[in-house]
Each structure stands twice: as C-alpha cells, then as structure tokens.
Design a protein. Structure first.
Lengths: 379, 639
C-alpha cells in the first residue's frame, strides 16, 4: 500500500488533474443521463401511470451517484494499483462465478445475480471489468514473447475458464463479450495474426457444439433474427415486437413516454436488454443516431486515451474497454434491429442495472486514471 | 502523440492495428446507423403497420336484440339494462386460495353462493381474457357495493348489460303469460358456440333458447358490428381506434298473439283446471281463415324472466322435476289421443271413400262385436244402450263410437291414415316454434315398423274414434278443425305476424301460408260442419248453447280414458273441446276458433267445454255466467 500512497501524493503534487479528460466525462455523463431518461420512459406505462417508473428512476439516480463517486475515486488512484492484485482478482472472479452457479438467483431461467445484503449483485457484469484488468496485466507482462503462440493460448486459457463458467449460468451474451474482449485485446497487444486466425478457425469449427449445448429456447431465439416473421407468435415474438417498435419510430419517434409498443407492454425486458427499442420508437432515427454518435465519441476518446497511455497496461485496459463497449453496442443494438441474434447483452450505461452502472463507471474511472497518469515520467 | 511513447517501458504499440480497430468500429457504426435508417426512415411505415396490426384486434359490437310485440302493438319482450358481474380469469389471482377469497367476497356482496360462482367460472372454456358471466341481474346497490371494493376484487368486472325482460298484457314484468310462445334467451352453450362461432357468436353471447326467441333468432339477433381496439401486451383492451362496421339492430317482431286474449284464455283454463283438479291444460285460440294463433296457453307455465336473468340450478331442477312438465309447450310438443274429435277424419274418409252416403243409416250397438273375433269380444260404445240406426251426421253429433268403429273397419287402416294425413295429422304443422311433435297415425307401415304385419282389427276400430293408436298435438287438432271451419284450406299455423318498427307498428307482414287444400269435397265437409253445429245445439256440448254468442258456435268434444285406475276404479280422462264461430250453421266464415284440452281430469264432465264456454263469455263480455261446476255436473259421463 505504501507505493500506492506515494504515487497518489506525487500526482497531487504535480497537479495531474490537469490531464483529466473532460470529454470522456462529458460523453459518459450524456449517455448516462440519456439512459436515466429512457429508463424512466421505459418503465412508465399507461396502466401504471409511472407507478414503478418514479421509484426505479430514483434508484437509478442513486446508482449513478454512487457510480460517479467511484469514477472519481478510481480516477484518482494510479491504475497500476490494480496489477498488485491481479492474481487475487482473478481467483476472486472465478470464485464468484462458481458461487453464482451454485447459489445464484434465477432470472428468466438463468442465474444472473447473487443477492448480497438485499442488493442484486450481477457477477458477470463485475467480472467483465475485472477480467479486462487481469488480461491487460498478463499481456503487458509478455513483452518480447507477445508474438508467440503461447501468448494466445495462455490468454485463451486465462479467459476461457470464466467464459465457460459464465456460459454455464447460462449467460451466452456475457460469454460472447469475454470472447470479444479476448480477441480484441490479443489483436491490439500485437499477438500473431496468423496464429489467431488459425485458432479462430478452430473456434468456428466447434461453434456448433456450443450452440447445441444451449437450451432449446435460447437456440430458437438465437436464430430468430435470420427470419423473424416466420414465427411471429412463438420464439420470435419478442424480436418481432421490437422490430415493429423500432420501425414505427420513423424520423422523430413517437415522443418520450408515448411509444405505443413500449407503453402497452409489447417490448420484452424494455428497461434492460431492449432499451434501445424504446429509444428508437420514442425518439426515432434521430434519437438512435444521437445514441450511436455519443458512443462513437466515447469510443474515440477511449482509443485516444489508450494510445496516449504511459505503458502497455494502460493501453491494454483501454483496448479491453473499447472492445467491450463496441461489442456490446453492436450486439445489443444489432439485436433489436434484426441484424444480430437475440442474446442477453445490455446496452452499456443505458440498460438499467446497479452493478452494471457501477462497474462501468469504475472502468471509466480507471480510464481517467490511465489518462491522468499518462504523462508521468518517473516510476 | 509521438512524445507519449517516451516513457513506455514495455510493449510496442501498433498504429496499423489501432487504425484497423478504428476502421472496424467505424464500419460497424455505419452498419448500425444504416440499418436504423433503412428500418425507420425507408421502411418505417411498413413496420408501423405491422405494429398496429399486431396490437389491435377486431372486437365485436353487439347489436341490440329485436323487440317483440303482440298483435296490438303491446311490447311483450324488451331489453332492459341489467347489472352483471363477470370474471376475467387472466386477471383473477392465480393462487387458488386468493381466487376463492375474491369469489367469496363477490358472493357475500351479492347474497349469492361462492360455490355456484366457482362452478360457473370453472365450467367456462375459452380464452382467459374472455369475460365469464358470473351473475346477472344483481341490484344496483349490490353493483355499487362491488364497485367500491374494486381494489380488492381483481379480475371482477361489474357492468351494465342489456337483458331480456318479458311483459304481460298490462306491461307488468310477468314471464309466465307468454313463456311458451316467447321462450327465452340464455347464455350460448359450448355446443352451440362450436356450431355458430363462424356466424359471429361470442363466448359470452346470448341466444334464443326456446319459443319465438329461438325460432326467430336470426331475425332478432341483428348483425354485430366490429371495431378495431388496441390492446396491451397482456390482451387488455386499451382504446377504440376505429369502428369497422356498425352493428345493425335486430328486427322487431309482432306476434299473432293478442296478449289480452292470452290472458283471458289463461284465466279461463286456470279456473277450469282448478275446478276439476286437472294437472295440465292447453287452450289454443286461432283465426281459422289465416292460421294466425291468437292465444296459445299451456299450463302449468314457467317464468321465462328467470331464465333471462340466469336461472339458479335449484329453480331449474324444480321445473325439471315437476311431473306436469311446465317447461314443455303441451300445445305443440306433446301428443295425446284425440278421442272423438278424430271422428272428423273418420267421417270425412267414410264419405269420401264411399263407405257410406250422407243419408245411409247404420245400426249402432251398446257393444260392437269385432268381426272375426270370438263372440263376446266386443268394443263398447260410451253409450252402453246404443243409439239405434244413425246416419253419419247424427252419429257425429251424438258421437256414436260403434258407428265409427264400423266406418273404420270398412275403410281399413291405410285409407283412414290417408285422410288423417290430409288433415295434417302425423306431421308437424310447421308453426315457427321449436320442439313441435309429429304425432302418431296408425297405418300398415306404422304397424310394420312396430314389428307386426298390420294393426289388429280392434286397434283399427279404436283408431276410428281417435283412441289407442292415434296421437296428435293439440295444435294439429286445432288446425284440422280450422280447415273444416274455413272451407277446406289447411293453413300453416302462424305465431309471428310480421316485423315492426321500434314502436310496434307493423312494417312488414308475413303472409299466411296454405299447406294444402283438403281433398274432401264441399258437400262432405258441409255434412260435418252441420254435424259440428249440432254438437253444440243438441250434442255433447249442449251446455254451451245457452251462452249468447254472435254466431253459430260449432265444434266437437272428445274424451279419452287413459292411464291407471284411480282408487275408486275410474280412469282419468283427457277431455277436448274444439269450437269455431261461423256466422250461421255450415258457413265457412269463422274467424275465431278455440280449442281446449285438459289432461288428467277425474271428474265426469267435459272440463274443456266449460273452459271454452268461460273464455267465450269473457271474450264476448257476456254478463251472465253460464259455467257449471265440473265436479257436480251430471252430464252424460262420456264422449
């Protein structure tokens, strides 16, 4: 702990907050604010007259408050602090995931959260950010060996164990996010593209086995996007309702809290995985474009921060976060516009959920820390 | 940015890979944005239409049911608002105990039984979003009480629905006056629904179950409209978007029945039945010229208003257990031996087939020896002394049994049957009321269907006097005599005169329908018409002749013994009287005919004649009362 304290004091002495990336905070803040508003609208309904909406929005604001506090705390701490705990963090993640498999609460047939002191603690959400740190830490330590096959195999094994545990929950979406993070971080770390392509071929070859391991309801939903209107009343009902809602939005949308599909309850889990449907229906193409634009700006800032990081650890954390955000955005939005299979992947910052919000803002805080400590010359 | 690399102590960064990542990201963003543009801007209306179609359903608009008026324009079947309690199964608590608690609360607020409500709910087969009728016709106070507890009664819907109300001639709510004519409406049954769903019947629909309500269902029901209603995801209707088709109200009907006459006939029959201890009775009043039924009384009756508001199982079972079958319209649904009234058929057949001439005298007997049977096996005349030689007209008005035994035996069963069919017996009259019986007319074919070569000679003889192997409905008998009265036209009895506007003014007249012209010749029928007049002037109905009537009342009595011996050794009787009122003897201009049938009399007199007499007295407002007490009158004891 001594080293950490020293670093913190040094930073303060050198006014490191001058390097604080206000743009990152701005984009995150805008996206989060947007999410709070849409969360309110999504939980608003004609019959209940926002009965649940107010209390949920208050809760969300509470989480946002806690999240930004953590953001600033994380930003003020040198991110190298995290590497000290790489092994305990990794073991902790595995333990949490195993624990979750054993005693997790069932939600929509999948064990997704552990209830701690009355708060639902979404293990997979938290494990995502922790695994990025673990992987970044491990890859940044590979140095000259980065081009070897062992880098890829090692990273795959490191990531494979939690991925498998998450997949068994079953939480296909998070498992895919893990894979995407792994691939992107390997790519950005300079790993051999040849070996990666070879291994990717192997993964594609065994993909059918993984698909077969899915429950039939998951499988049916997964492939709905190929032809949703073939079974609009059955497995594809939710997707069809979502597509209809998105299309109904037009240029300007039907207005906040006025989306008929949303307000009449036709949208599945509209406050969580299908929140983008509400945005598209109520705010239209322009609203959707605004969200995509904010995410594009955010992503740009993360890449800038990663490029400017002092060391590989900082860069790798940025690449990991960027790939995670990009992948989740792609799959989540792609899902409700019918170009991606339906998997339970939340839209970062906008999907309602306390642990997700906190862990995301924690990640952004780490990024700020990467930014703040970028110009530090001494170590 | 190059200077940023200065302090790096580990992995080299690849600008190419960063650019590749950024380009990939840009392509993906473009793909998402492009797809959004395609879905929302280019194809937006397609998806919007799909969304609207998926969340709207066509909901039927019920059409108000047609009203029913009597022939003078009095409303006798109307629609009144009624408070009803329905349950929507999907909205009821899923936990059985909580669900029972809701039902118990409904029951206690409406003083009904929770078990009965539960039974109705569980008997329902349909969508859990349908409304299941639990109670109909609760009071306004009960409805308000339930509405106040709405928060504690999820899935319970209290609303105002139109229900049928049946009125009497004075406009009072009284279902018993016209119950058998009007019938009633009730909830459509599952079997009916399966058959009628294609024609727009709904699970909570009402349908005519009996009487005119059933037979004119298609006219009264109207055409349901439809509206587009937006539903939420759980299927609850949220708002009406548009009306696709307007509902067309059912058409209003005018009965041929005169409710005031119906009341007179009911009162007369009620008196007669009470005076003679008779259990069942029928009075039919009709216009012989057109076949219009002016009154049709079947006693005991029932209250069709009970059915309209949802009859309790106990009340329904009580009706079913009643040995006198109050739910049956005895005038059309039950068959009885016509007794001597059938001598109309035997007489017509005998004259037309040349068995006898109008003037030919035939011996009559106290007991008629059946040809071919062992000596001593004879069939008695009701008059055990015999009448001496009679011609057919005399035999008709004196109602000589042995005369008509001989006619029947000379005719043979099939020639007798042929003329019975010609008068409309053995076949439904085709009156537009449900449940009409055909009756039994013995013939060779009939005997063979019973597994015999032919009818026995004794049966043939008895068929000649309407006994044993002959059974008719009171309406068939009334209609046969109407044909005699009108000069030989067998009309189809009518119960509905036409359609009206909402105030009961006739707008469309249903034309009387001729079934056939009888094959009997004019002179033949004239003989029988004179005979029918003499029945009143000097025959069995002579006790009615003193009543001053505006015409030459003609008719025929009939009595048939049946059933099991009473404790005093006598048999119960049916008694019939059918009379019509031409302007003078033999004329075919009668516009009024009355038939009364009493079932299970144990008194010697012809109760039916007394009932008709009483009815005519009241109908023509005769001041003096010519009635005789059926228990003490000492008439000639028989036919």
């Amino acid at each position: 702990m001594g080293a950490v304290t020293t670093t913190f004091v040094d930073n303060v002495r050198e006014r490191p907050w001058r390097a604080f990336d206000w743009q990152l905070l701005l984009y995150v803040g805008l996206i989060v604010g947007f999410g709070v508003v849409m969360g309110y609208s999504a939980s608003f309904n004609e019959a209940g007259q926002a009965a649940g909406g107010i209390s949920q929005s208050v809760k969300t604001l509470l989480w946002v408050g806690i999240g930004f506090t953590i953001f600033f705390v994380a930003a003020s701490i040198d991110y190298h602090w995290l590497t000290t705990f790489t092994l305990p963090i990794y073991i902790g993640v595995l333990l949490l995931l195993v624990l979750n498999l054993l005693i997790g609460r069932s939600l929509n047939g999948a064990t997704l959260s552990i209830s701690v002191a009355g708060l639902d603690f979404q293990v997979s959400e938290v494990s995502k950010v922790l695994m990025i740190v673990v992987l970044a830490s491990w890859l940044s330590g590979r140095r000259e060996k980065i081009g070897r096959l062992s880098t890829i195999v090692g990273a795959a094994v490191l990531m494979g164990i939690p991925t498998f545990l998450v997949f068994r929950q079953p939480d296909l979406g998070t498992a895919l996010v893990f894979v995407a993070i792994l691939v992107a971080m390997l790519f950005m770390s300079g790993a051999s593209i040849g070996w990666m392509a070879l291994l990717a071929g192997g993964v594609v070859a065994v993909a059918p086995i993984a698909v077969n391991a899915l429950a039939s309801y998951q499988r049916a939903r997964l492939f709905c996007f190929l032809n949703p209107y073939a079974d609009p009343q059955g497995a594809c009902y939710q997707l069809v309702q979502a597509l209809n809602a998105v299309g109904s939005g037009g240029w300007f949308g039907q207005g906040l809290t006025a989306g008929r599909q949303n307000q009449l309850g036709y949208l599945p889990v509209q406050t969580t995985d299908f929140i983008f449907t509400v945005i598209a229906e109520e705010l239209g193409f322009l609203g959707g474009l605004l969200v995509l634009g904010l995410f594009a700006l955010l992503l740009w800032r993360i890449l800038v921060i990663g490029w400017g990081a002092r060391d590989a650890l900082g860069s790798m954390v940025a690449w990991g976060l960027a790939s995670m955000l990009l992948f989740q955005l792609l799959v989540n939005v792609g899902m409700v516009i019918g170009i991606m299979p339906v998997t339970g992947i939340p839209l970062p910052f906008i999907t309602y959920g306390g642990s997700s919000m906190i862990s995301l803002l924690f990640r952004m805080g780490i990024l700020e820390s990467v930014r703040i400590h970028a110009r530090k010359q001494t170590f | 940015m190059a200077d940023l690399n200065e302090g790096r102590i580990d992995l080299p960064r690849s600008r190419a890979r960063l650019i590749a990542f950024a380009v990939t990201a840009a392509v993906l963003f473009a793909a998402l944005g492009g797809r959004l543009f395609q879905m929302q801007v280019l194809n937006g209306s397609l998806y919007a239409d799909r969304a609207v179609a998926a969340r709207t359903i066509e909901v039927p608009i019920k059409a108000p049911r047609g009203l029913i008026f009597d022939r003078t324009g009095r409303p006798v079947a109307v629609n009144v608002p009624s408070w009803t309690v329905d349950a929507v199964p999907a909205d009821l608590p899923a936990v059985p105990a909580a669900r029972d608690a809701v039902l118990a609360r409904v029951a206690s607020s409406t003083s009904s039984k929770a078990a009965a409500l539960k039974q109705r709910l569980e008997a329902f087969r349909g969508s859990p979003y349908d409304q299941v009728p639990l109670l109909r016709g609760i009071t306004r106070d009960q409805a308000l009480l339930l509405s106040e507890q709405a928060g504690a009664l999820p899935g319970i819907v209290v609303q105002v629905d139109p229900v049928r109300q049946y009125l009497d001639e004075a406009g009072k709510v009284d279902g018993s006056l016209l119950a058998h004519v009007l019938g009633y409406t009730g909830p459509v049954s599952q079997d009916q629904l399966n058959a009628l769903a294609a024609r727009g019947y709904l699970p909570d629909d009402s349908i005519g179950k009996d009487g005119v309500e059933a037979s004119y269902e298609a006219v009264l029901r109207g055409t349901y409209g439809a509206q587009q209603v937006e539903r939420d995801a759980s299927g609850r209707p949220i708002k009406v978007i548009s009306t696709t088709t307007q509902a067309v109200p059912g058409r209003n009907l005018m009965l041929t029945i005169d409710a005031r006459l119906q009341r007179l006939a009911t009162d007369a029959l009620t008196w007669g039945m009470r005076a003679a201890g008779v259990k069942q009775g029928v009075t039919i009043v009709m216009n012989p010229q057109t076949g219009e039924i002016l009154a049709m009384v079947s006693l005991p009756s029932y209250d069709d208003n009970q059915f309209a508001t949802g009859i309790s199982t106990a009340a329904f079972n009580a009706y079913l257990r009643n040995p006198n079958h109050p739910l049956r319209n005895h005038a059309i649904a039950d068959i009885y031996p016509p007794g001597s009234t059938f001598k109309l058929v035997t007489g017509t057949a005998a004259l037309m087939e040349g068995v006898t001439t109008p003037t030919q005298l035939w011996p009559t007997y106290g007991c008629y020896q059946i040809p071919g049977a062992p000596t001593g096996q004879c069939l008695f005349d009701w008059n055990h002394a015999g009448f001496g030689p009679l011609n057919i007209e005399q035999a008709f008005f004196r109602s000589s049994d042995t005369f008509f035994y001989q006619m029947a035996i000379h005719l043979g069963i099939d020639r007798l049957a042929k003329w019975a069919y010609n008068y409309g017996f053995g076949k439904q009259t085709g009156i537009k009321l449900p449940g009409e019986a055909s009756g039994i007319i013995a013939s060779t074919e009939w005997a063979q269907s019973q597994g015999r070569a032919n009818v026995f000679t004794g049966e043939l003889a008895q068929a000649g006097i309407g006994q044993n192997v002959i059974a008719v409905t009171p309406l068939q008998l009334a209609n046969a005599y109407a044909a005699l009265a009108n000069g030989g036209r067998l009309m189809q009895p009518m119960i509905v005169k036409g359609e009206t506007d909402r105030t009961g003014k006739l707008t469309k007249v249903y034309q009387p329908r001729l079934i056939r012209k009888l094959s009997a010749s004019g002179p033949t029928m004239q003989v029988l018409r004179f005979g029918a007049r003499e029945v009143v002037t000097s025959g069995h109905a002579f006790n009615i002749r003193d009543v001053p009537l505006p015409g030459a009342l003609s008719g025929k009595t009939g009595t048939a013994e049946f059933g099991t011996k009473q404790s005093d050794g006598s048999l119960p009787f049916h008694s019939w009287f059918v009379g019509y009122l031409p302007s003078r003897p033999g004329a075919t201009d009668a516009s009024l005919e009355v038939l009364t049938f009493s079932y299970s009399a144990t008194v010697p007199g012809n109760v039916s004649t007394e009932v008709v007499k009483y009815f005519l007295q009241k109908y023509f407002k005769v001041q003096r009362d010519y009635r005789l007490d059926p228990r003490t009158l000492s008439l000639l004891g028989g036919n």
